[in-house]
Structures are given as structure tokens and as C-alpha cells.
Design a protein around this ligand. Structure first.
Ligand code: ADP
Ligand code: MG
Ligand code: MG
Length: 249
């Protein structure tokens, strides 16, 4: 089972002038096997939603709840949210100089499952996950995200998704900075993940382009820190034609 339930979520961001409310009551339920797209203009709070769920220290949940399979995430430290089955693919993946991808993946997998991955099978799994994302095997010897191209970062994120095997994947603008070939590879990776049992995906995107490759069950339009309207995949087509203006506050 995988079910993400967001209820009346209010979130403040830390600014130089004190806390500022960005999310103003988000309600959203993503059920087992579903892919939901969150779309919306720049500054509407999409990344804030992702960060707040993942537990970024700059974002404070002031009201409401987020549960994954009934477990309240806001009560948990970041690493325990990951152990609870959550994965966040970031808009701007963080560079970790001096830590190779191979080490990072092994450490993350060990932390998640409580035991080191098997030496007989793990390197092969890593190789396969990289190959399917069109990444060469020397990629695993490079420092995490350091000097990676935009496409390499995002393909690396999906390789992580494949290997770490969470239940809920929140992917924030995984499509930004991708050329058409990388977009296809990344989309195929997301679809492959979504089709496994007991998975759900929250796909945050500014553009409809990725939704030609990753087919959402539901589409939500985010405006000013709230879900303004929800619908089926046809809502994305409508946005493509008419833009976000029609939903301005
Ligand atoms: P989106 O991902 O939809 O583009 P964000 O969640 O990144 O939107 O940002 C939502 C709003 O929060 C924006 O108005 C942004 O300026 C504001 N915001 C986010 N982080 C900070 C911060 N650290 N300091 C001040 N304002 C911020
Ligand atoms: Mg599905
Ligand atoms: Mg954003």
C-alpha cells in the first residue's frame, strides 16, 4: 500500500524578515498506483510543498497534516521520513564534493534498509540502473552532482529512485533543463517506477511537456499556496492552450 494524504497544510518559510506563510491550506490525496501532477505558475508554492513534506529546515508546518500510509511525517526527522518511504527528487540536486555516487548510493541504501546491500548483487543493480538512464558506469565514481550537466543530474535522480525504491516519490521539476532525449529517458524511468506495486508519484512541473510522456491520473493547479482546481489529464491540455492566467486569484 502507498497513500499520501495532505490535509489543510499551512507552511511558513523562514525569511530574513521572519516567517512568511506560503502554503495556505493544501488538501491532496494520492492513492496507491496513482501519478498526480501539480502544475502552477512560478512562485505559487510548489517547491515549498515538496520541501515541507521532505522536512527541509527552512519550512515550518504551522497547521494541518501530511501522512504516508497513516504515519504523520511532520513528526519525523528527515532521515526517518525517508525510512517511512518518502523520496524527494529536487529541482536543484545538491552537489556533494568528495562523495562518489557509488558511496552515496550504498550509504543511502544501507540507511534505508538497515543493512548494507549485498556485495554480490548491488554493483550489478547500480550498473543496470545507470545504464537504463543512459549513464555510463564511470558515473558512479564521480562526486555526487558535482559538474554534472542538468540532464545528468536529473537522470541521476531517477537512477536513485530506481535503486532506493521508496513508496512515494515527489519529483520537483524533474523536467527542467532536459533536452528531448533526456526527457524521454527520465519519463520512462518515472513510468517504470509508477507501475511497480505499492508506489505513488507526485510530479511537480511548470510545463505540460513531460505529461506527454508521464501520464497523470490527476492534475492539480496550484495558485497562491493552494490547490485551485483539480481534474483529469485533460486539465493539462487546457493549461497548454489557455495558460495559468485563467486561474489567477
Ligand atoms: P514554486 O516552486 O511554485 O515556483 P516556491 O515554493 O519556490 O514556488 O516559492 C513560493 C513563494 O515563496 C515565492 O513567492 C517565493 O518568493 C517564496 N519563498 C520561497 N523561499 C523563500 C525564502 N527563503 N525567502 C523568502 N521567500 C521565499
Ligand atoms: Mg498508474
Ligand atoms: Mg519550484
Amino acid at each position: 500500500m502507498a497513500e499520501l494524504v495532505i490535509k489543510d497544510l499551512h507552511v511558513d518559510v523562514d525569511t530574513e524578515n521572519g516567517p512568511k506563510e506560503i502554503l495556505k491550506g493544501v488538501d491532496l490525496t494520492v492513492r496507491d498506483g496513482e501519478v498526480h501532477a501539480i502544475m502552477g505558475p512560478n512562485g505559487s508554492g510548489k517547491s515549498t510543498l515538496a520541501y515541507a513534506i521532505a522536512g527541509h529546515p527552512k519550512y515550518t508546518i504551522t497547521q494541518g497534516s501530511v501522512t504516508l500510509d497513516g504515519v504523520e511525517l511532520s513528526d519525523l526527522p528527515v532521515d526517518e521520513r525517508a525510512r517511512a518511504g518518502l523520496f524527494l527528487g529536487m529541482q536543484y540536486p545538491v552537489e556533494v564534493p568528495g562523495v562518489s555516487m557509488a558511496n552515496f548510493l550504498r550509504t543511502a541504501k544501507t540507511a534505508l534498509s538497515g543493512e548494507a546491500p549485498k556485495v554480490r548483487t548491488w554493483p550489478k543493480q547500480v550498473n543496470e540502473a545507470l545504464t537504463v538512464m543512459d549513464l555510463t558506469s564511470d558515473f558512479s565514481e564521480r562526486s555526487v552532482n558535482e559538474g554534472f550537466s542538468g540532464g545528468e543530474k536529473k537522470r541521476g535522480e531517477i537512477a536513485q529512485l530506481e535503486l532506493l525504491d521508496p513508496r512515494a516519490a515527489i519529483l520537483d521539476e524533474i523536467d527542467s533543463g532536459l533536452d528531448i532525449d533526456a526527457l524521454r529517458v527520465v519519463s520512462a524511468g518515472i513510468e517504470r517506477f509508477a507501475k511497480k506495486p505499492d508506489k505513488l508519484v507526485l510530479l511537480i512541473t511548470h510545463y505540460t511537456r513531460i505529461l506527454r510522456y508521464v501520464h497523470p491520473d490527476r492534475v492539480h493547479v496550484f495558485v497562491d499556496g493552494r490547490v485551485k482546481v483539480s481534474g483529469g489529464p485533460e486539465l493539462a491540455d487546457n493549461l497548454e492552450e489557455r495558460g495559468y492566467e485563467q486561474y489567477a486569484k
